[in-house]
Design a binder for this molecule. Structure first.
Ligand SMILES: NC(=O)C1=CN([C@@H]2O[C@H](COP(=O)(O)OP(=O)(O)OC[C@H]3O[C@@H](n4cnc5c(N)ncnc54)[C@H](OP(=O)(O)O)[C@@H]3O)[C@@H](O)[C@H]2O)C=CC1
Ligand SMILES: CCCCCCCCCCCCCCCC(=O)[C@@H](N)CO
Length: 332
């Protein structure tokens, strides 16, 4: 009897929350004719995001350093929107270097395509390795490319969004920006930095109807991923593999859908969703449903995480043993 009363109260509670959700969720934005600027748009997840944005009717600016790769991506993406009108343009700039040139080039790109409605910060790179083997310069490189590029691009675009009282900004972090992992010391730190930035900034810009989305992809099949596989410690590879390998299209579709809805977290896959709930901390709330789910699942996800942590420790122990055995037989 009491069980059924409790269950009924719980169901009513969930229904009330569900009805209240629209009160705190931002209004979805319309991508039709919107100007979407994508850093890192010439490759991998960024290029897949550009394709998806164009399919939904947006005009897209691709930003990266290498003009050859940009031109190649531009023609690929433009094929998706047959017609006379130019819907893809490129900007070649090193986002990590000099803010003034980023600002100038971004201003020029808005003369032709209009003010940026959605800025997606996807430019980034990973150089995995053990803490004491990664070149010291790579620690700075990760901060410059993964973090400072995002600061520069966002700084150049945000004033316009605040003035118009409309905008979406995406930071592409990583699951390695939610938990530190073997071999990702330099990379993880730069991706965690994005979270601090996103939470601070979201609080500042919410009154201007600007919404941030922080995306946490797992391993994703891209040229960047193929490159990092070459130097990745075996431990890092095995640990990352638990979360699966996603296609760039799959990741891009989820990020874009969450951006349109103004969700703060964008995660993919079961592990990704569990990890986001577990590590939601003090992050902004945009949906009561999401908040309820976080509250109800946090404890159980912590228990599950202990099993994962133990599994990761075993991987690391086994790899160490295997290496020592190999070195031992070499000496003999
Ligand atoms: N692939 C994966 O497994 C995962 C990736 N991520 C993150 O997603 C993002 C995209 O990754 P992915 O698609 O694999 O990467 P790719 O290496 O395939 O593409 C990276 C893009 O960023 C651009 N870029 C790099 N540095 C700069 C710079 N200084 N200034 C301007 N543009 C730059 C590159 O162009 P150019 O070199 O010409 O400048 C390219 O367009 C990254 O931030 C990555 O950390 C997160 C989780 C998993
Ligand atoms: C309830 C708790 C669930 C816990 C699940 C934990 C799963 C951890 C797997 C982490 C995978 C990290 C991939 C990083 C990808 C990346 O950023 C690089 N490829 C860089 O390009």
């Amino acid at each position: 009897m009491w069980f059924w009363i409790a269950l009924a109260i719980f169901i009513v509670f969930i229904i009330v929350l569900y009805l209240l959700s629209p009160l705190i969720s931002p209004k979805p934005i319309d991508l039709q004719n919107a100007h979407v600027m994508i850093t890192g748009g010439s490759s991998g997840i960024g290029k897949a995001l550009a394709c998806q944005a164009v399919r939904t009717g947006a005009r897209v600016t691709l930003v990266a350093r290498d003009q050859v790769k940009l031109d190649q991506a531009q023609s690929e993406v433009a094929l998706l929107a047959p017609g006379e009108e130019k819907i893809v343009q490129t900007v070649s700039v090193d986002l990590s270097a000099d803010y003034d040139s980023v600002k100038k080039k971004f201003e020029e790109s808005q003369v032709t395509f209009g003010p940026v409605d959605v800025l997606i910060n996807c430019a980034g790179t990973a150089s995995p390795g053990r803490f004491d083997e990664v070149p010291l310069s790579d620690f700075k490189k990760m901060i410059d490319i993964n973090y400072m590029s995002t600061v520069h691009a966002t700084r150049a675009i945000l004033p316009g969004m605040k003035e118009r009282g409309l905008g979406r900004i995406v930071f592409v972090s990583s699951q390695a920006g939610q938990t530190g992992l073997f071999g990702f010391s330099a990379y993880s730190a730069s991706k965690y930095a994005l979270r601090g930035l996103a939470e601070s900034l979201q609080m500042e810009v919410k009154p201007y109807n600007v919404h941030l989305t922080l995306a946490f992809p797992p391993d994703t099949n891209t040229p960047g991923f193929a490159e990092e596989q070459k130097s990745k410690p075996e431990e890092t590879r095995l640990i990352s593999e638990t979360s699966g390998l996603f296609s760039a299209d799959n990741v891009a579709n989820i990020i874009l859908a969450d951006t349109v809805r103004g969700r703060f977290f964008s995660s993919m896959g079961l592990d990704g969703i569990m990890l986001s709930s577990l590590t939601c901390g003090f992050s902004p709330v945009v949906s009561i449903m999401e908040a309820t789910q976080q509250v109800l699942t946090m404890g159980i996800f912590r228990i599950i995480s202990l099993i994962y942590l133990d599994h990761f420790d075993r991987i690391i122990r086994d790899c160490k043993m295997k290496r020592e055995l190999k070195e031992g037989t070499k000496k003999d």
